[in-house]
Write a protein that binds this ligand. Structure first.
Ligand code: ADP
Ligand code: MG
Length: 698
């Protein structure tokens, strides 16, 4: 093998201050965007391109289009609205557009006199009177001047305050001059690049696309030069996760090899038999726990597939082997509900359960903390408050993270560090109802083992879903009345786009008041995020006990809430929610044997994507199918929740667009690890950076 290795030049990247014009101040700014060396600058890739290669007729501009236009000023005026502003009306015979300036000088105003010819570049937006450009770049043209357009696409780089595109472009020009010093870590001799260009060709191309470049391919990120870089980036991420996992595998973990009897006792007391899939997954977990290194397992199971009993069984293995288990839920309501379920299941077995939440009163919290630190509580349920500040575990052996598809690799690693005890890392079980296709999962979660609960408990009746315009609200109210008259229970979910809990709570209160008036014969109650934990718990308990017919709620009930007798769900303004959220919400019904239905009320007109979402909801209740459609509609960044967490922030790759590369990425990463391990570090450093490797970020 040895002689097949290519020599990698000594790994001493040139400091960015080697470039002309880069002093300490500019170096600081560049450091803010992660650029420390001349190499880094070559991998600081354009986010997108501007097309200034052609002049677009004003009449054909579309909203949000960035374009060059050429026209004549018809009229200019200074108006005083809330602010003083300069308005210039530009037309070219095909249409007219308004140019709007909030900052302008007298000279500028005079330079835009009627009859002036201008070349402008900007983004067309929809204004009150048609399309407009706010602060476009522009230059005056002589009356007969031929407006020379740029020859090639203009790269736009990610940047930061005080660092301009032109400056960045000049710096990367300098870096491109020394591109030959950069080693190609995926040379054709080592990997099957399937005809993709060399590193140097690819970098030159994406930084400075030639005039004859295939513009649409480049704008879509599908050009072979971009694919070559995306491929390398995906390989680097895969290696980084694999290595993180290898490091975790070398750490000692509590050996958890007892508990068959206790788990058997727990399962025998349940009013149902476990499904085959539940048994299989519990077995996989049992096997991991006994191995002496930390379990890192992701369990995917659709809404209602019975993940909670799987979690409880895992906790019991830990408890029987002398360790504590912590169960973390993403919301207060879900944590409260898990607390209730775990007490009901575990206390009869003589196992103490504690509960920790951010909204708990200080005294109650302290009392619980003492039970946790002293070891009286063997299972601790809570929100992320579990892992904050002063919580000390006695002998933590297992962490279960429920419904955390929004959890990034950094948080996962950070949690492991926080739970570490005498150098031993707790086992980690992550459960999610957001299924993603297997190839994607293997890339995004390459550091995790993976189980699927691919079977729903028997006897579930399918949920009928309809979409109705909100003009038919009265019909929906009558339907709720009829269902409740038959002894069924219902949810009425109010949604708002606003993030503010206060506004959401207000909307729910208003709806509650209206429904209480329209349906005086029903017991109606309300739950939202602004209520005290005890109040919420009280309402949920009464709903669960059947004392409440109709529960008006915000999306706080989105995940995990489990009331099997509830069989009708109304979702207001369903067009505002994403598919994953709609699926989660709908999963609150169809949990018992009663026939269930879901009414998606929407406010017309529907956007095209909203229409597709509602259609998908009507056509299927299969979480995997919904996830697939969701992925198509939104792209994986949002589906995986990476946008919020910073997990897998790619510079050029896109998991959905580049899916076809994934099998080859996997093979290449494996090959490098085995045959050319000396390429691994430089690749990770180049694309992922140093921070991620230590897993204790954020
Ligand atoms: P999820 O996977 O969405 O977290 P839950 O754990 O909340 O699902 O389970 C949904 C419902 O199904 C609960 O009422 C639970 O008690 C019940 N359940 C779980 N497993 C089974 C089973 N094997 N047979 C019947 N009901 C089950
Ligand atoms: Mg659940």
């Amino acid at each position: 093998m040895n002689q097949a290795r290519t020599a990698i030049p000594p790994d001493a990247p040139a400091p960015i201050t080697d470039l002309k014009g880069v002093g300490p101040k500019l170096a600081d700014r560049l450091a803010r965007i992660g650029v420390h060396t001349v190499q880094d600058l070559l991998f600081h890739l354009p986010l997108r391109y501007q097309d200034r290669t052609r002049v677009v007729p004003i009449g054909s501009l579309r909203p949000n289009q960035e374009a060059v236009v050429v026209g004549t000023v018809d009229h200019t005026e200074v108006v005083l609205r809330r602010k003083r502003m300069l308005l210039a009306y530009l037309s070219d015979g095909t249409g007219a557009i308004l140019l709007r300036f909030f900052h302008f000088s007298r000279a500028q105003q005079e330079g835009l006199a009627r009859g002036t010819r201008l070349l402008c570049f900007g983004e067309a937006r929809t204004g009150a009177k048609g399309l407009e450009m706010v602060h476009p770049e522009y230059r005056r043209l002589a009356p007969d001047e031929d407006p020379a357009a740029d020859e090639a696409l203009t790269p736009i780089y990610p940047t930061t305050e005080g660092l301009h595109q032109i400056g960045l472009r000049k710096l990367s020009d300098q870096a491109l001059e020394v591109i030959e010093t950069l080693p190609d870590l995926l040379p054709e001799a080592l990997v099957d690049r399937a005809g993709l260009p060399t590193l140097h060709e690819a970098l030159r191309y994406v930084h400075r696309p030639p005039p004859d470049a295939n513009v649409s391919q480049l704008l879509d990120g599908r050009h072979p030069a971009q694919q070559r870089l995306a491929f390398e980036e995906l390989v680097a991420h895969n290696l980084s996760l694999t290595r993180m996992r290898a490091r975790a595998d070398r750490q000692p973990a509590p050996v958890i090899d007892d508990g068959e009897a206790l788990v058997g006792q727990f399962q025998a007391a349940l009013p149902f038999a476990l499904t085959g899939a539940q048994r299989r997954v519990i077995d996989e977990i049992r096997h991991d726990l006994a191995a002496g290194h930390p379990m890192l397992r992701l369990v995917q199971g659709d809404v209602g597939s019975g993940k909670t009993v799987v979690a409880a069984s895992a906790c019991l293995f830990a408890v029987a082997s002398g360790y504590q288990a912590a169960v973390m839920a993403p919301t207060e309501i879900l944590a409260e509900q898990h607390y209730a379920a775990f007490r009901q299941w575990l206390e009869p077995l003589g196992i103490g359960v504690a509960w920790l939440s951010g909204k708990q009163k200080a005294a109650a919290r302290r009392a619980m903390q003492e039970k946790v630190a002293g070891g009286d509580a063997r299972v601790v349920v809570g929100t992320h408050a579990l892992f904050q500040g002063e919580v000390a575990f006695h002998d933590l052996g297992l962490v279960v993270i429920d419904e955390q598809h929004r959890f990034g690799v950094h948080q996962r690693m950070a949690l492991r560090e926080k739970g570490a005890n005498d150098g031993r890392h707790p086992h980690q079980l992550i459960m999610t109802a957001t299924p993603i296709p297997r190839t994607l999962a293997m890339t995004a979660y390459a550091d995790l083992d993976y189980s699927v609960i691919d079977e729903l408990p028997p006897g579930r009746t399918p949920i009928k879903t309809v979409a109705l315009a909100d003009s038919r609200r009265d019909e929906v109210v009558a339907r709720v009345a009829a269902a409740c008259a038959q002894g069924r229970q219902a949810y009425w979910v109010c949604t708002l786009i606003e993030e503010s809990e206060a506004l959401q709570a207000q909307a729910a209160e208003d709806t509650y008041a209206q429904l209480a008036e329209a349906l005086p014969q029903l017991a109606i109650d309300l739950v939202h995020g602004r209520m005290k934990p005890a109040e919420k718990e009280d309402v949920m308990q009464r709903f669960k006990a059947g004392e409440v017919d109709l529960l008006v709620a915000t999306t706080v009930i989105e995940v995990g809430v489990d009331v099997p007798n509830a069989s009708l769900m109304v979702i207001e303004n369903a067009e505002r929610l994403g598919l994953a959220q709609l699926h989660q919400l709908r999963g609150r019904v169809g949990r018992g044997t009663a026939e269930s239905s879901c009414v998606l009320m929407y406010h017309p007109p529907l956007s095209q994507t909203a229409r597709k979402r509602l259609q998908a909801m009507r056509e299927t209740t299969d979480g995997f199918e919904i996830a697939r459609i969701d992925l198509e509609l939104r792209g994986p960044g949002e589906v995986l929740g990476t946008r919020q967490t910073g997990l897998m922030q790619f510079r050029i790759a896109d998991l959905l667009r580049d899916q076809a590369l994934l099998p080859r990425v996997q093979r290449t990463a494996e090959r490098l690890l085995h045959d050319h391990p000396e390429h691994v570090d430089p690749l990770i450093r180049r694309w992922v950076g140093e921070a991620v490797q230590f897993g204790n970020v954020g």
